[in-house]
Design a protein around this ligand. Structure first.
Ligand code: SAM
Length: 315
């Protein structure tokens, strides 16, 4: 019964077969799923592990943790940790598995249950409290931040994280509106943006970019990714695999540059007598980026912007 509920979770894992192939699961290996969500990837990894295999998962969302705790009770090979994945190194050191992990998965961004539950405040399609925190137990909500942010700060966030051309105009509209009534709900914000936006893009709600920007900012998504990638390499055993699924160009750029730089090795001025071992790259890139098939996108439209990049830790 419980197992049934877990199996029918409301998030469809993206690029599932491709992720399993990328991680080259060894039955006795140890794996990390940094973004449990509803455990789609985690359960598939567990299904390929033998009795001595291990899977440790992270999520910062209390609802994801509740779901994972049910799985933990059913499967002794599985451990869930309620933490941001930027604590990866410290957590693995505590568990004595640092430098021993055979594969790490990051499936970035938000899950379908987070988007679909109006109470979480991620969606401009549904009315709910303007929150957008993946972990509502810490930090400020978008409503709290927008209540006091200056026009220049809002402009910067919409521009950088939403690549919104009309960032300043929208920021002015937000600040003008909040002097009339406090901004507390997703629909209020979506309507202000829709009214102020001068150039609606085809098939795209005018608040799409702004909501993306505020979500990335309030959860510090790009900073967390940037601090986690180097920790992931350290945590892997030699020849361990790193698989990262990104959903927008800002994330993917960070992953792509990181893998490329780590695959180049350290660069010293050409005339310095540096031993070859010190110049060794840390990673090798495995294959080309992988995109979902048309069939997967038809079955799960949320997969459409996904891209999977794979790298292997050098010996
Ligand atoms: C795209 S979903 C993952 C879905 C999952 N692979 C599945 O098949 O169900 C992303 C998940 O990562 C979590 N997440 C995002 N950033 C995180 C971070 N910095 N630390 C921990 N969890 C994070 C979110 O709360 C969300 O549950």
């Amino acid at each position: 019964m419980l197992e049934n509920q877990l199996l029918h979770s409301s998030h469809q894992p993206v690029l599932l077969t491709e992720v399993l192939t990328a991680l080259q699961i060894q039955p006795d290996g140890s794996y990390l799923d940094c973004t449990y969500g509803r455990g789609g990837h985690s359960r598939a990894i567990l299904s390929q592990l033998g009795n001595n295999g291990k899977l440790i998962a992270f999520d910062q969302d209390p609802e994801a943790i509740e779901n994972a705790q049910q799985l933990q009770q059913l499967d002794s090979r599985f451990t869930i940790i309620h933490s941001s994945f930027d604590q990866l190194k410290a957590q693995c050191q505590q568990q004595n598995i640092f430098n021993k992990i055979n594969g790490i998965l990051l499936d970035l961004g938000v899950s379908s249950p987070q988007l679909d539950n109006a109470d979480r405040g991620f969606s401009f399609m549904k009315d709910g409290p303007l929150d957008m925190r993946m972990n509502p137990q810490i930090g400020e909500s978008v409503a709290q931040w927008l209540a006091k942010a200056k026009v220049a700060q809002i402009t910067e966030i919409l521009k950088i994280y939403g690549e919104e051309r009309y960032a300043k105009r929208l920021a002015n509209a937000i600040v003008a509106a909040r002097t009339e009534t406090p901004l507390l709900t997703t629909k209020q914000l979506a309507n202000i943006i829709a009214t102020a936006h001068p150039a609606w893009e085809k098939d795209k709600h005018p608040a799409t970019r702004s909501f993306q920007a505020l979500r990335i900012f309030i959860n510090q998504e790009l900073q967390q990714l940037q601090t986690t990638l180097p920790q992931a390499i350290e945590t892997l055993a030699p020849l361990g695999r790193l698989a990262v699924i990104s959903f927008h160009s800002l994330e993917d750029r960070i992953v792509k540059r990181f893998m490329r730089d780590q695959a180049k090795g350290t660069h010293f001025p050409p005339n310095l007598p540096i031993p070859a071992a010190m110049m060794k790259p840390n990673l090798s890139i495995v294959g080309k980026p992988i995109y979902p098939s048309d069939q997967e996108i038809r079955a799960n439209p949320r997969a459409r912007s996904a891209v999977l990049r794979i790298a292997e830790k050098c010996e």
